[in-house]
Design a protein around this ligand. Structure first.
Ligand code: MSP
Length: 486
């Protein structure tokens, strides 16, 4: 194994063609909790996110908004940052593919290495290109009316000279590495899916577009009449962010290969086939895991701008608070399956598990403790429970959260069984003993909550330290808020 020292986790880089919706927020919050877990164990951790800017989708969105391209990009990226701040998404770097200093040198260096390996060649391409997917679509896969299988639009017929990448050459080796979990695809169902995709045969892929056919993009080294294909450009972000192709490669030495690329299932082929092939061609190590999460649906349909069922995470945070949104994403949705989110469901869960659940438990324990204990108890630093650690190590954040909520339920049971509020009138010393035990366990719950709900965790730690009852962590809401639909 390589001698790298740190833990590295990435989100996909998002197209800045619209504000981020709940589906995107999901990936970011999931990665964030895993990054926080690793940091909390004292590991050197790097968490990367960013924007995939050289996309014709973005160009169309800017034109539709009537805003100059650069201004549009800056505005949307600003909005990404604002959302991350609202959701406590603790990224170490936000990379933009239009960044000519950070990103371009490494993307071009990678291209040169692929050329040197004999894996880039010129050929004429004729086929259907879908801008929504930013990829060619095979004629046999088109839906009725000639529509893209995944997008409600008609691909355009293109015939042009492109540079191609010899993806076919690497497919067998990649299948082998995936089979042996050297490149581990999680969950198992996605591993099988990608292996059967590769087994059907992988063709070479177009990796450039003539300069005049695209609005912007990274110039192909030694041939400025071509721009790199947006996926070739985008995938390289995972290493250019670490300094690959630049002078200072300290981050690259410490963090590459990535421990986890976290992605949605719709971009699995790019990450599990194209990206590993690019790395093999450039003679670089492959990422260790690709975690493929499901889609956030709303009322059973994939949340997407084109379907008009997106929920704006900012509005939800405004109405219920940061940790309520994080809670829903991390506990109510499994990282390995699709998960549904409607405002009604959110409202219900908020009251059941936060206002009446955790919030109530914290209030009861701290109220009794501050009343009946003269001083806060000594809180020992307990080891992290093995099941919780294992879950986080596998990015199975829901299972980690389940564990914490079992502890919260156990606290409630202890309160039920011991009734310290009654006991205190009969045997004050015994009641104080019970309360000290409850506070110590609550402190541990707070510690386990830190990667999941950092604000709540801090509030619990502070309440325990000061032996006070904090203001309501999750206030009850009268009615369903009406969220502004974007
Ligand atoms: N720019 C590419 C990724 C390049 S990575 C080198 C892209 N961008 S995207 O903005 O369209 O999507 C980014 C991620 O958001 C993908 O992982 C996608 O699966 C995810 N999601 C988009 N809609 C989603 C849901 N409704 N639910 C969960 N994730 C969703 O693809």
């Amino acid at each position: 194994m390589e001698a790298k020292k740190g833990f590295y986790i990435t989100t996909p880089i998002f197209y800045p063609n619209a504000k981020l919706h709940m589906g995107h927020a999901y990936t970011a919050v999931l990665c964030d909790s895993v990054a926080r877990f690793h940091r909390s164990r004292g590991e050197d951790t790097y968490f990367l996110s960013g924007a995939d800017e050289h996309s014709e989708k973005v160009v169309r969105a800017a034109a539709a908004a009537g805003v100059p391209l650069q201004e549009y990009l800056d505005r949307i990226v600003e909005n990404f940052h604002a959302l991350y701040a609202l959701l406590d998404v603790s990224i170490d770097q936000f990379i933009r593919t239009t960044d000519q200093t950070v990103h371009w040198p490494g993307a071009q260096e990678m291209w040169r290495r692929m050329v040197a390996a004999g894996d880039i060649y010129k050929a004429t391409y004729r086929g259907w290109y879908c801008v929504g997917a930013e990829s060619f679509v095979q004629e046999k896969d088109l839906r009725a009316g000639g529509l893209c299988p995944d997008h409600d639009e008609k691909p355009v017929l293109m015939e042009e000279e492109n540079y191609f990448f010899r993806l076919s050459k690497y497919a067998p080796l990649i299948a082998d590495k995936i089979t042996r979990d050297e490149l581990r695809i999680v969950p198992e169902t996605r591993k099988r899916e990608i292996l059967s995709f590769i087994a059907q045969g992988v063709e070479d892929i177009s990796f450039s577009r003539p300069r005049e056919k695209v609005t912007f993009g990274i110039p192909v080294p030694d041939d400025p009449s071509h721009r790199m294909y947006v996926w070739c450009d985008a995938l390289a972000n995972y290493i250019t962010a670490l300094g690959y192709g630049r002078e200072d490669t300290a981050l690259f030495q410490t963090f590459w290969p990535a421990d986890y690329h976290v992605i949605g299932k719709d971009i699995l082929r790019f990450h599990a086939v194209v990206w590993p092939a690019m790395l093999l061609s450039a003679n670089l190590p492959l990422p260790r895991h690709i975690l493929v999460h499901g889609m956030i649906t709303s009322g059973g349909r994939k949340m997407s701008k084109s379907l008009g069922n997106v929920i704006d995470p900012m509005a939800l945070v405004e109405a219920y608070g940061t940790d309520a949104v994080r809670y829903y994403l991390l506990r109510e949705i499994s990282p390995f399956e699709d998960g549904d989110l409607t405002v009604e469901k959110f409202h219900e869960v908020y009251h059941a598990h936060l206002a009446n659940g955790l919030g109530n438990t914290v209030a009861r324990i701290t109220a009794m403790a501050s009343q009946h204990l003269e001083a806060p108890p000594e809180v020992p630093l307990l080891p992290l429970p093995a099941r919780y650690v294992r879950a986080f190590e596998a990015c199975d954040v829901k299972t980690a959260a389940d564990y914490v909520w079992e502890e919260i339920a156990a606290l409630d049971r202890t309160i039920q069984e011991t009734q310290p509020f009654k006991l205190v009138r009969i045997d004050r010393t015994a009641a104080q003993e019970v309360l000290r035990d409850l506070v110590v366990r609550l402190a541990q719950v707070g510690r386990l909550l830190a990667p999941l709900l950092p604000r709540t965790a801090a509030a619990i730690a502070e309440a325990v330290r000061a032996n006070t009852k904090p203001p309501a962590l999750f206030a009850r809401k009268e009615a369903l808020p009406t969220l502004p639909l974007p």
